[in-house]
Write a new protein. Structure first.
Ligand SMILES: Nc1ncnc2c1ncn2[C@@H]1O[C@H](COP(=O)(O)OP(=O)(O)OP(=O)(O)O)[C@@H](O)[C@H]1O
Ligand SMILES: [Mg+2]
Length: 146
């Protein structure tokens, strides 16, 4: 974990996600999963959060220049923000379509590139927002009701 803040409202965790290192992809989402287990959050909810954060982590690692995942756990809600440093997405509606992928040959050889990550994140979360500025950044915001 790269930072941890706790106050009356809840807990905020922040993890840096690197780029292009396939050997460690998935480590951040499994750390998040571990924390949620320690907090005794419902297993079904943990599974949904774990899928969504894993897909987001992979996307940052294979499509972006790196970024971070921030998890805010408050009384009735888990909020997750994933922000990266570009290159951004030209057409987010197109990126959201099932099966759309620009994954590299290297990423495809490792089993990524089905074009299902973003649709899965939307399906698993209770609220999903994607925002991107082409050439600059991509930011996802998800909410899960506890
Ligand atoms: N953080 C990001 N930065 C830049 N482009 C992205 C990012 N996340 C997604 N994209 C673009 O959106 C497309 C669709 O993403 P999605 O996660 O649905 O599929 P995928 O990553 O290509 O394949 P899969 O997730 O099934 O392994 C990507 O191929 C890429 O073009
Ligand atoms: Mg993906």
């Amino acid at each position: 974990m790269n930072s941890f803040i706790t106050n009356n409202e809840g807990i905020v965790l922040k993890y840096i996600v690197g780029t292009d290192d396939f050997s460690i992809v998935g480590e951040v989402s499994s750390k998040i999963k571990k924390v949620l287990k320690q907090l005794n959050i419902d297993n079904k909810l943990i599974r949904r959060v774990a899928i969504a954060t894993y897909e987001a982590e992979v996307n940052v690692a294979i499509h972006s220049l790196g970024g971070y995942i921030e998890v805010e756990i408050i009384k009735n809600e888990i909020k997750i923000k994933i922000r990266d440093n570009g290159p951004g997405i030209k057409d987010t509606n197109l990126a959201m379509e099932k099966g759309y992928s620009t994954a590299s040959t290297k990423a495809r050889e490792l089993g990524f590139g089905a074009g299902m990550g973003l649709p899965n994140m939307k399906r698993c979360s209770d609220e999903f927002k994607i925002e991107s500025k082409f050439g600059e950044y991509t930011e996802l915001n998800m909410k899960f009701v506890v």
